[in-house]
Write a protein that binds this ligand. Structure first.
Ligand SMILES: Cc1cc2nc3c(=O)[nH]c(=O)nc-3n(C[C@H](O)[C@H](O)[C@H](O)COP(=O)(O)O)c2cc1C
Length: 201
């Protein structure tokens, strides 16, 4: 083999080597992703870290402000974007809009995003009462931090459980057909009407 042929051989070898390396990296990445999916409980419905928030035996979260966040993240939210961030202290929790998770052109006015954030706040208020806090909700608490959409101040209070609080881990979107035979009670219709009137004021 002359020098020229030898260089060609080296170049080919390197190319083949890199190609094989690329293949190996891809195989390792796919294997890693699959392992992570299994580890995170993606394939085992109802089990694994992805489902921890629903686990009622969350011993370390049974009390304290983190329990409220745990209930907040079970809220309904647009397209499962979960557009929220929380700053948690012993005496207050701040809720931030996570703009990186907005739906872009699907939600240009951020209407859906704010409805989802409202759902999370409502869960937190129910949870705060159930965990023995006297929660005080302040919308837009800081002019300098526009993404901070609300703060809930927490002081000790009487434990106030409620049927709605109990439903938090059971509520979910099933995307079934509307049951058109089911009557909506007059009191619920009146509540909806009142909400609309409150909004007009
Ligand atoms: C403002 C808003 C808009 C939503 N729009 C739809 C929708 O158009 N179609 C749908 O099937 N679900 C919709 N959902 C339900 C969400 O997809 C659902 O809450 C989210 O995927 C989380 O699942 P979960 O409700 O089972 O916890 C909406 C929820 C909110 C809060």
């Amino acid at each position: 083999m002359n020098i020229q042929e030898n260089k060609e051989f080296e170049r080919l070898s390197r190319r083949v080597f890199l190609k094989r390396l690329g293949g190996a990296v891809l195989v390792i990445s796919v294997a890693g992703l699959a392992w992570r999916m299994i580890d995170q409980g993606v394939f085992s419905t109802g089990k694994g870290p992805a489902y921890e928030a629903w686990n009622s035996s969350k011993d370390n979260l049974e009390s304290g402000p983190l329990a409220l966040v745990n209930d907040a993240i079970l809220a309904s939210n647009p397209h499962n974007t979960q557009p929220w961030l929380f700053k948690v202290t012993d005496s207050f929790i701040e809720i931030y809009a996570d703009e990186s998770r907005n739906l872009g052109a699907f939600d240009p006015m951020r209407r859906e995003m704010f409805i989802g954030l409202g759902c999370a706040i409502e869960n937190m208020m129910l949870s705060a009462n159930a965990h023995g806090y006297n929660p005080k909700l302040i919308y837009k608490p800081s002019i300098t931090e526009p993404d901070c959409i609300a703060r809930i101040d927490l002081t000790p209070g009487a434990k106030k459980d409620s049927p709605l609080y109990q439903e938090i881990p059971h509520r979910h979107t099933h995307r079934g057909k509307y049951d058109t035979d089911r009557q909506i009670s007059k009191s619920i219709l009146a509540d909806i009407k009142n909400l609309l009137q409150m909004r007009k004021k």
